[in-house]
Write a protein that binds this ligand. Sequence first.
Ligand code: RIB
Ligand code: CA
Length: 307
Amino acid sequence: MKTRMIIDTDPGIDDAMAIHYAAADPDIEIVGLTTVFGNVYVEQATRNALHLLEMAGLEAPVAEGAAQPLSMPLAPPSHQVHGDEGFGDLPAATPRGRALDISAAEFLVQSCAQNPGEVVICAIGPLTNLALALRLDPAIARNVKKVVIMGGAVETAGNITPYAEANIYHDPHAAAEVLAADWPVVLVGLDVTHEILCPASDFDEIRGNAPRIGGFIKDISEFYIHFYESVEKFGGCSLHDPAAVIAAAHPQYFTTKSVPVCVVASGKAQGQTVACPGADSPAVSVCLGVDAGAVKARFIDQYKNLD
Ligand code: RIB
Ligand code: CA
């Protein structure tokens, strides 16, 4: 049984790795992509999402989403991490296609309503579109199969600040609404993604597995790894977004703890995600353990299905 997935994304280098992985994994059907601000401006995210699907030869739709957070000013994109156009040093993508005329929130709501209990939303950017979808039609909480989020840092330090992981930090109010809603949520945060580390040699192997698409992934990984070397002193990078896609389709590699999660909305700890047992919000499945070797092996090996 394939995992039918909508990926909400701000591509973004690790987003590109995740989306091409999803295209390669025979256990995943990409129902569509929805785009959001974050690593890049939402217009760039939409262009990049269209480009990635065209590279993979997929006909899936793209719906453009939020250009800014629910209630905070838009922070500058993480161009130092993902490059001015979102793919490292590569120039702006020039996709042939165009996005749907409906918004990301409308696409999420309609897709889940038309396929009740079948669609997994995998969110690998700020959670603004998911919050807007809940506001647009609360029934999405019943219609979605599950929500898998790359975000948060519950029992570990943050990355964009010592307290917060970037996706949550970029829209803590949206994250609070998403994590407080009554739908099944799996949180794939830095607690596990910081265990899944790929040195440059892994991307050489990916290029060997798929010279065209893997070569693209190798090229953009070099910019990403250069950033990691400058801050983490590690000659590689974490598979943040691929980990969430893999967790959505192959949860057996992860161990979770069921606990409500609260989000700090402002102040120096803005975006911090805290386990809050006893809170009156639904429990979240927080990933705290991972078979990092198995996830890495699947990620690298799956690219053999691409060219
Ligand atoms: O903290 C990592 C997350 O922030 C990833 O989704 C990355 O693409 C950025 O959006
Ligand atoms: Ca992302």
